[in-house]
Design a protein around this ligand. Structure first.
Ligand code: FA5
Ligand code: MG
Length: 401
């Protein structure tokens, strides 16, 4: 297994895996592959030019603005999870941190991070993805502040003296320790909260449906699906947190709901990104479509050609009458487009430099070439690049470095 995974091991040495400066000894449970490990610390959700970062910020803003105050699924089976060794696995969902945060004294929170699952790979599944998980717990006074729909409740319900807890027989609609009215109120709040989110992101006309679900840490539980590309796409799981979890980790005397949503799925639907693998693209043709965007800007992803890019830099000294501040980049961009035509995908200012002794000013641009229909040969790119250099010398009187 180790050999298959290709870990670098010296003869007779104990095979170890080093992650975030910590060394893990591999064992018979190790099944995580170097490929999967290569995704650790990419932090796509924190990169400002990644669609996941835009979606993350919008979702966090939504929940933060709506809060006025302040066990395990998927199972831990080896077939579902990536094990570093018998004792350590890569987290398979953000809910894994729920108890520890409850225990630390938090009662309302969001948790955001990358998660790892052995799962199918298709356009909406990837073995590494990103989740936002949340818990919202409430005391009796908060929960029963207003209850619009008395019909939901049992006839014995007394609005003057409402309760979260009771001792009832098993009931598929609720946990036996909870009253029906507390459960129904929580369900209504949870669903409103999440529908509000998808309407904030997608607009009021988004088609959605609730599906009954099972999670070991919530009951009752649901999944929310939205209609996307002629199919129902599952975007999140949620439910009323099992009271054992709250009782063990605190806060006491509260009822809580929790949910976990996949950032990729939402980004795909929102920006019409057809394949989940694109999230991992380092290609500037992809990332530049999300860079420096206002959070609420409507972005529709334009497919980039899948042929590879060629990046050539151009550096030049400016003539004495120009400085790095007076040289007009747009003039240069136009020239590049004129000479290079359609194979120019992007031009980026890479570096500005003033020589400390000669005081000469210099600029460096990266020119990204890509043909939409075929793979460019480096030799032909070099030829176009030479032409651009010549044209720049002629037009701006620069000296190529
Ligand atoms: C969970 O992970 C639960 N922890 C969610 C939860 C939290 C339920 C709190 C109740 C309370 P699930 O396995 O359904 O549930 O994943 C949640 C979301 O992650 C999915 O709806 C989907 O949007 C996303 N997701 C799941 N698997 C993948 C995958 N392989 N690739 C991309 N996104 C995925
Ligand atoms: Mg699910």
């Amino acid at each position: 297994q180790l050999n298959k995974c290709n870990y670098a091991t010296a003869p007779n040495a104990i095979a170890t895996i080093k992650l975030n400066n910590k060394e893990y000894v591999t064992d018979d449970y190790t099944n995580v592959t170097p490929k999967i490990l290569s995704y650790l610390n990419r932090n796509l959700h924190l990169k400002k030019d990644n669609p996941l970062s835009l979606v993350r910020q919008r979702i966090v803003n939504y929940f933060y603005s709506s809060f006025t105050h302040r066990e395990n699924h998927p199972s831990r089976t080896k077939s579902d999870c990536y094990y570093i060794n018998r004792k350590t696995l890569l987290r398979a969902h953000m809910t894994a941190h729920q108890s520890e945060l409850l225990r630390s004294g938090l009662d309302n929170f969001l948790m955001i991070g990358d998660v790892y699952r052995r799962d199918e790979i298709d356009s909406t599944h990837f073995p590494v993805f990103h989740q936002i998980d949340a818990v919202r717990s409430q005391r009796k006074e908060q929960l029963f502040q207003d209850f619009p729909d008395l019909e939901l409740f049992e006839p014995t319900f007394d609005p003057q003296n409402p309760h979260i807890f009771t001792n009832s027989i098993k009931d598929p609609n609720k946990q036996s320790c909870h009253t029906l009215e507390a459960t129904k109120l929580m369900e209504a709040q949870l669903k409103n909260h999440l529908i509000g989110l998808v309407q904030t992101l997608f607009g009021d006309n988004i088609k959605h449906r609730w599906v009954e679900a099972y999670f070991p840490f919530t009951h009752p539980s649901w999944e929310l699906e939205i209609f996307y590309e002629n199919n129902w796409l599952e975007v999140l799981g949620c439910g009323i947190v099992r009271n054992e979890i709250l009782a063990n980790a605190g806060p006491n005397n509260t009822i809580a709901y929790a949910f976990g949503l996949g950032l990729e799925r939402i980004a795909m639907a929102l920006y019409k990104i057809p394949d989940i693998r694109l999230m991992w693209s380092k290609d500037s043709g992809f990332l530049s479509q999300f860079e420096d965007k206002a959070l609420n800007e409507r972005i529709t992803y334009k497919p980039v050609s899948s042929y590879p890019q060629c990046v050539n830099d151009i550096s030049f000294w400016l003539p004495p009458n120009l400085t790095i501040d007076t040289f007009t980049s747009n003039d240069f961009y136009d020239l590049v487009r004129d000479v290079g035509g359609d194979i120019i995908e992007q031009v980026k200012l890479k570096d500005k430099f003033v020589h400390p002794k000669s005081k000469k000013h210099s600029l460096c641009y990266s020119i990204i070439y890509r043909h939409l229909e075929r793979t460019l040969k480096q030799a032909e790119v070099n030829e176009v690049h030479k032409e651009i250099e010549k044209a720049a010398v002629k037009a701006f009187n620069v000296i190529i470095r």
